[in-house]
Design a protein around this ligand. Structure first.
Ligand code: ADP
Ligand code: MG
Length: 253
């Protein structure tokens, strides 16, 4: 049965999509069957794995709002063993439409329950907000992986995120856990980056992954080719670190 992990942080540009795509690809590389669920209307995880908009007939919006089955939406990606539930701009309306719907916070959970046995991991790429879509992701998940960018104000907003986790635990999903905190985009040339690493480690302690993701230009180039980092440049530092992260996630069970 799949372990379901949300990759979430309501800040934009912290490495959520990069992490979901490349962690997913690396877990697939290690022989696991992976489903990546894109719940961001920007659809960056979708296009980043080579799924073309013209090939998308139904998307995550149909699952959440029209109760379309996951199996009727899933598409193959550019990486073997990795499948995608795509998102398109259609999803932009879902946040408002869900407000008036019954059982709105458990739509994704209900949908994923039917395919849980078909995968080893289901990774959810969350949008940069704490609205209904993210609540759906947290309600459906076993755990949350939080990317934190090694930048000024890295910890800002995290108390809000943890509050949302507590609310979901209280009302919808008591088993929800923090999978881990991932430091991203470390610039090895500056002291600031390392100061942030220390600060985040002080706060989250053993929940911080040993693997730290450095800034790596290849990681930012790969999506425009529709490829994960291991398919774009397997010898890059980016590929190396995401393979390390995948090993840590596998070691967590
Ligand atoms: P989010 O999903 O949190 O908004 P993204 O994963 O889309 O963040 O990353 C934001 C931008 O930074 C993207 O252009 C991405 O290619 C780039 N990026 C992410 N991680 C790295 C990294 N480790 N090194 C260099 N660029 C990165
Ligand atoms: Mg994103």
């Amino acid at each position: 049965m799949a372990r379901i992990i949300s990759v979430a942080n309501q800040k934009g540009g912290v490495g959520k999509t990069t992490t979901t795509v490349n962690l997913g690809a690396c877990l697939a590389y290690f022989g696991k069957k992976i489903l990546l669920v894109d719940i961001d209307a920007q659809g960056n995880a979708t296009s980043g794995l080579g799924v073309r908009k013209s090939d998308v007939e139904k998307d995550i919006y149909d699952i959440l709002v029209n109760e379309t089955l996951v199996k009727d939406v899933v598409l193959p990606s550019s990486r073997e063993n990795l499948w995608v539930v795509p998102a398109t701009i259609q999803l932009a309306g879902a946040e408002i439409e869900l407000t008036s719907q019954m059982a709105r916070e458990s739509r994704l959970k209900q949908a994923l329950e039917k395919v849980k046995d078909d995968y080893d991991y289901i990774l959810i790429d969350c949008p940069p907000s704490l609205g209904h879509l993210t609540i759906n992701a947290f309600t459906a998940s076993d755990s949350i992986l939080i990317p934190v960018q090694c930048e000024y104000y890295a910890l800002e907003g995290l108390s809000q995120l943890l509050n949302t986790v507590r609310l979901v635990q209280k009302h919808f999903n008591p088993e929800l856990k923090i999978e881990g905190v991932l430091l991203t985009m470390l610039d090895a040339r500056t002291n600031l980056g390392y100061e942030v690493v220390d600060e985040v480690k002080k706060y989250f302690r053993e929940r911080v992954y040993k693997t730290i993701i450095p800034r790596n230009i290849r990681l930012s180039e790969a999506p425009s080719h529709g490829l994960s980092i291991i398919d774009y440049d397997a010898r890059s530092r980016g590929a190396e670190v995401y393979l390390e992260l995948a090993k840590e996630v596998l070691a967590n069970g």
